[in-house]
Write a protein that binds this ligand. Structure first.
Ligand code: ADP
Length: 219
């Protein structure tokens, strides 16, 4: 089973991905997380990546495929749950070719639909675990960590992403409108797009996602 989570920034892709990964034994791949890992390197490449990510613009396709392919080589589980990838039509076409070469295909593309004003509010409260990448939100009671700045799952330290500020958000949102949102019609035409109204609790969104998957698996 291969799934894509498609959404504007801070719509909850990572949160839903964690839940789906454990329920369906998928291999969760977040290109954003892979890039943040490269950005933590203390060399010139790391510095370049930090600047790029903070700017809020999309990273070049060349870098994305280099990082992604390197990561895929190390993965045994090929049931992919893609979070943050593809982000433009070119990446989507390349992904299709990659899957075809393995006689595989995409099963579900979930579009997590959240209004811009809600995203803006979420972004300033988001905190990430340095160790395991789990996301929390200090502005939303049900998503707060139990202990301040500490990850519930692995006791790692929580931090705020450099690009989680209003300025970067505006650019990321514009990049989403300009490049990523075209994927909605692209996958609609292929009849694998499911729009999930995601301005709700994480449990409610998860229920809906599972409902679509269960129904699809019976077919
Ligand atoms: P968000 O919460 O904004 O969806 P992500 O963690 O998915 O953030 O990505 C963070 C940043 O990494 C993006 O703003 C972009 O610069 C870069 N990025 C991630 N995935 C891709 C991709 N597939 N193509 C280009 N840039 C990407």
């Amino acid at each position: 089973m291969n799934i894509i989570l498609l959404a504007p920034p801070a719509a909850g892709k990572g949160t839903q991905a964690e839940l789906l990964e454990s329920k369906y034994h998928l291999n969760h791949i977040s290109t954003g997380e892979l890039l943040r890992k490269s950005a933590s390197r203390e060399d010139d490449f790391g510095k370049k990546m930090r600047d790029l990510l903070e700017s809020g613009e999309l990273v070049s396709d060349e870098i994305i495929f280099e990082v992604l392919n390197k990561h895929l080589e190390t993965c045994e589980n090929q049931n992919l749950l893609l979070d943050g990838f593809p982000r433009n039509i070119y990446q989507a076409e390349r992904l299709e070719e990659m899957l075809k070469e393995k006689n595989d295909k995409l099963d579900f593309v979930f579009f997590l639909d959240v209004p811009k004003e809600t995203l803006k509010r979420r972004i300033t409260g988001r905190r990430m675990c340095q160790k395991c990448g789990s996301a929390y939100n200090v502005n939303i009671d049900s998503l707060k960590p139990k202990v301040d700045s500490i990850c519930d799952k692995c006791q790692g330290t929580l931090y705020q992403r450099n690009d989680d500020n209003e300025e970067s958000f505006e650019i990321r949102y514009q990049e989403y409108l300009d490049k990523t949102s075209a994927l909605i019609t692209y996958y609609q035409d292929k009849q694998i797009l499911y729009r999930i109204q995601s301005d709700k609790s994480k449990e409610e969104v998860f229920q809906e996602l599972c409902g679509v998957i269960e129904k699809g698996m019976k077919k």
